[in-house]
Write a protein that binds this ligand. Structure first.
Ligand code: C5P
Length: 223
């Protein structure tokens, strides 16, 4: 097999993680969750008292942590300086701060290098998901997919994941998703954007299984 690179980009709550993990498993490819890397960086900065709204301080400090993403029997893992942070990076403090951190060019330069190293080490190929996989990190990917879904659908999915059903809490999740999407789309460096050659898949009316099947079909057409 020639190594294949499949990339999935899109805003929060489109099902990117679930779907890309499953596609990687079925195609026997490695999986890279690049959002987890930005979250791990953010977690480390917060833990070390760095003011995440001070871009210069973030740029300077971002050279220090050793971030490693891997896979074990239970699925993808991420460590910072040897500590498994897979749980804490999903917490509200990290989610609130990650967009500011990921807008800093030095942070992106550093993590993009790690992402390309991962692809180079994946002998059969890789499925990578994030915001700028198709536009910046892997412009020559074999297949680029851009996932979308209505903001309401995305908020409901996120709420279900978190076990939340109270309407005012769902509304708060929706507001948070909209804030993060606006920040990710509006930043100067590597904004969230569909690559010109990406296939757009609207997942609003699809089950995760239907999305997986559709993308595997697209991947086979290109193999
Ligand atoms: O995908 P996830 O929601 O975990 O991503 C967390 C944040 O990391 C995003 O809101 C975005 O700010 C940042 N990110 C990024 N570029 C990527 C992946 C994630 O800027 N390739």
């Amino acid at each position: 097999y020639a190594p294949v690179v499949v990339v999935l980009d899109g805003p929060a709550g489109t099902g990117k993680s679930t779907v890309s993990r499953e596609i990687a498993a079925r195609l026997g490819l490695s999986f890279l969750d690049t959002g987890a890397m930005y979250r791990a960086m953010t977690y480390w900065l917060l833990s070390n008292g760095v003011d995440v709204d001070d871009a210069d301080a973030v740029a300077l400090a971002s050279e220090k942590p050793v971030i490693v993403s891997g896979t074990d029997a239970s699925g993808p893992t991420i460590t910072v300086d040897g500590q498994d942070v897979s749980g804490p990076i999903r917490g509200p403090e990290v989610t609130a701060a990650v967009s500011a951190v990921s807008a800093v060019p030095e942070v992106r330069a550093r993590l993009v290098e790690l992402q390309r190293d991962s692809a180079a080490a994946a002998s059969r190929g890789m499925v990578a998901e994030g915001r700028d996989m198709g536009t910046v990190v892997f412009p020559n990917a074999d297949l680029k997919v851009f996932l979308t879904a209505s903001a309401e659908t995305r908020a409901k999915r996120r709420a279900a994941q978190l076990g939340i059903s109270e309407p005012h809490q769902v509304a708060a999740i929706l507001a948070d998703i909209n804030r993060r999407d606006a920040a990710d789309s509006g930043r100067a460096t590597a904004p969230l954007r569909k690559a010109d050659d990406a296939v757009e898949v609207d997942t609003s009316e699809l089950t995760p299984e239907q999305v997986v099947v559709r993308i595997i079909e697209l991947a086979r057409e290109r193999a």
